[in-house]
Design a binder for this molecule. Structure first.
Ligand code: WT7
Length: 698
């Protein structure tokens, strides 16, 4: 399955220096380990598990599972009988056993250059214990769900690991999501507590996060789910902030810390946070609670298959799915992929630019790096603020050795040319990584030639929220790279390519990407809806986990992801379901029907092109366009920005009434070759849509 030999020509290698110290120094070694991981998983993963602390040892085989819906319920179990605590392994073990107490866990770099902090492993352990005690004092118990809605600050890591310490289940919601999206996620996972911040800056823009969080909590109340507690971290408040509380006198209703003078470097030109709404019946101040909390907290020992966290990802039926990961398998998989894919060495400074609100941040900012005792950069800001050199300035400032980002960021920076990159030396860089969508060869070349100066291998890591960690990826010192290919499977992962009838294709071929057996990090269920888990991932092809991606295998055995084959869009490396956007559109009274497709976009990968059929009597105009745009942003969040809206008197449908999205995609990108249209009910609709298509974005 893995070829014996990989080509020597038309491939890239990166620096030979890496091989000297690499964990996996050659393709032969990779292949040998791969075969071992498949034939002898107990021995392979047992060796990984040895590095961690187990309160009790596993009793059965390493993995137990059923992948075939026709044989009964789908289940995946890893290391049954074992118990552990991840925060203990990420923190106490590193501090006390590995003597890394004084090692820096995070260099925090704020949105504003000059705003910086360092946190050692010992300090992180203390803060996590303190906050774990805070959570306990607020009545949070093992198994309870806690929602976290915070910017990229160290306290976000503290909050998540404090949950882990007491066996509570975190559900992090990316701080760019709207009040409606936050409310939906709180309700779905029935969270008993919300942790948020006053606000944060994205470049020049102030986001009043607490205002949005409050709106979400109000929505929850309106739907009969009153959340009793909300802990707010003061992060950006300007000088004395006015605290607006409805019911009590000023002395009682304040969060004391908010009254402090701002000592940071808030630029005068930026808008300042003037008001923080405060509801004394619900709101609690992070700093006040921490002040009195003990910094010792015995970890709660958890079973291997106890829930660890829920993270929502878009689903093709509109409602997001709560992807559930569990304790032992996820920890081992994050730890092993981080170590081998980034070839982690103890003196590395690693930086992943993702937000912790996405799976990349969960696995490769928090869990993977800390499990390896790594030093990371935690960055709050944007690649373009205050200017487009920011990333490279930070690389030089902290001597970053391993750098992980998304194709959309690379394409964005490419537009500004090489000069902003070359202003900085980047000599420390050894390995570059990408994730989120297929990287186009042009962006790959630029990343390789300009950023890495032909010295750094690029690990193009294919994976999903569901897979927990990398599943197809090069290993930096072992795998010859082809620009745009995620190359070969990670250990324990068996990919296959199926045709429409579910037959496995051999050799060079193209079709559905599936996996034939689980690995430790695969999701276990959709929270509260196991049936949806089975239907989404296991029903189409019994016996396989279906990724939803198309894939091609070339003559050398390399895997190339060709993109989603379901109704999912990938905008800037984040999945959005067409159904989710459509349902936000049809909620507007002027819209009778809506269909959304992706149109290729040079930076974002895909942009949102919407066809709307209006209700009788409504005329289309710019006001309506602005309203629709606003409505979708408010319903879903800033990632759902509509780029094109076309007034469509009719939509192309099959005779049975199904919208033919394939044709809408062609119209959106002005491709006249329509292929087979024999099922189309009325072809005049298509001609009209072509004539009236939008050629420029709004
Ligand atoms: C989807 C998963 C995994 C973290 C970020 C996104 C696409 C992801 C690659 C890659 C080609 C990729 C796939 C996948 N994708 N990485 N290296 N090459 N496509 O997580 O939101 O769960 O999205 O992102 O389409 O299914 P996600």
């Amino acid at each position: 399955m893995i070829p014996d030999k990989v080509p020597n020509e038309n491939v890239f290698h990166g620096s030979m220096d890496l091989k000297k110290e690499a964990h996996i120094p050659s393709f032969e070694k990779y292949k040998e380990m791969y075969v071992n991981s498949i034939e002898n998983p107990d021995a392979f993963w047992g060796a990984v598990a040895k590095d961690f602390f187990w309160k009790t040892k596993p009793t059965g085989q390493f993995l137990d599972y059923n992948f075939d819906v026709t044989k009964g319920e789908i289940f995946i179990k890893c290391m049954e009988g074992a118990s552990t605590n991840i925060s203990y392994n990420l923190l106490d073990r590193n501090v006390y056993e590995k003597k890394l107490g004084d090692k820096i866990a995070f260099f925090w770099e704020g949105n504003e250059p000059g705003d910086e902090l360092t946190v050692t492993y010992r300090e992180l352990l203390k803060k996590v214990c303190q906050f774990a005690n805070v959570l306990k004092s607020q009545g949070v118990k093992k198994g309870d769900r806690v929602s976290i809605y915070m910017p990229m600050v160290v306290e976000l890591v503290v909050a998540m690991l404090a949950c882990v310490r007491i066996g509570a289940v975190h559900s992090i919601v990316f701080a760019g999501f709207s009040a409606g999206s936050l409310c939906e996620r709180i309700l779905d996972s029935q969270c008993s507590l919300l942790i948020t911040a006053d606000g944060f800056y994205r470049g020049d823009k102030l986001i009043n996060l607490k205002v949005i969080a409050d709106e979400a909590l109000q929505k929850c109340r309106d739907k009969g789910f009153p959340i009793q507690r909300c802990i707010m971290l003061k992060h950006v408040s300007s000088k004395p902030v006015e605290i607006v509380g409805a019911h009590s006198p000023p002395a009682k209703r304040s969060c004391p810390d908010l009254q402090e003078k701002q000592t940071g470097k808030v630029k005068k030109t930026r808008p300042l946070l003037q008001q923080v709404p405060w509801n004394p019946e619900v709101d609690l101040c992070w700093h006040t609670l921490m002040h009195g909390a003990s910094d010792e907290c015995e970890p709660e020992w958890c079973e291997s298959e106890d829930p660890l966290f829920i993270l929502y990802t878009s689903g093709s039926t509109g409602r997001p799915k709560g992807v559930l990961h569990t304790v032992s398998g996820y920890m081992l998989y994050c730890a092993a992929t981080f170590k081998m894919v980034f070839d982690h060495q103890s003196d590395d400074v690693y930086w992943c630019t993702a937000d912790i609100g996405w799976i990349t941040g969960h696995s490769y900012i928090t869990y993977g790096p800390l499990a390896n005792g790594a030093t990371s950069v935690l960055f709050e800001g944007l690649p373009t603020y205050p200017d487009v050199s920011r990333l490279w300035e930070i690389v030089d400032k902290y001597h970053v050795t391993k750098f992980y980002t998304a194709p959309t960021a690379i394409r964005l920076l490419m537009k500004f040319g090489v000069e902003p990159v070359q202003k900085y030396k980047r000599e420390s860089l050894k390995i570059l990584g990408t994730v989120g969508e297929p990287i186009n060869p042009e962006a790959w070349q630029w990343y390789y030639n300009v950023v890495g100066e032909k010295r750094c291998p690029i690990v193009d890591t294919f994976w999903q929220t569901e897979t927990g960690g990398h599943v197809l990826t090069p290993l930096p010192a072992a795998t010859p790279m082809k620009p745009g290919s995620a190359t070969f499977p990670f250990f324990g992962v068996i990919p296959a390519i199926l045709n429409e009838s579910g037959e496995e294709l051999e050799g060079p071929s193209e079709g559905y990407l599936v996996f034939k057996q689980p690995w430790p990090g695969l999701m276990r269920t959709v929270y509260g809806n196991h049936q949806r888990f089975e239907t989404t991932y296991f029903k189409k092809f019994p016996g396989y986990y279906v990724t939803g991606d198309g894939c091609r295998r070339d003559e050398d055995g390399y895997y190339w992801i060709t993109g989603r084959i379901d109704d999912m869009l990938n905008v800037s490396g984040h999945l959005l379901s067409t159904a989710e956007v459509e349902s936000a559109l049809v909620e507007h009274k002027a819209v009778a029907e809506a269909a959304v497709v992706g149109r290729p976009h040079p930076v974002k990968g895909e942009s949102l092109y919407c066809f709307v059929t209006l209700t009788n009597g409504v005329t289309y105009n710019q006001n309506l366009e602005a309203e629709l745009k606003k409505q979708v942003r408010e319903k879903i969040g800033a990632i759902a920005t509509l780029d094109y809206i076309q007034n469509a008197p009719g939509l192309p449908k099959t005779r049975s009434g199904k919208i033919m999205r394939r044709l809408l995609r062609k119209i959106a990108s002005n491709e006249k070759d329509l292929g087979d249209i024999s099922t189309l009910a009325d072809s005049t609709v298509v001609e009209q849509l072509f004539q009236e298509r939008c050629s420029t974005a709004m």
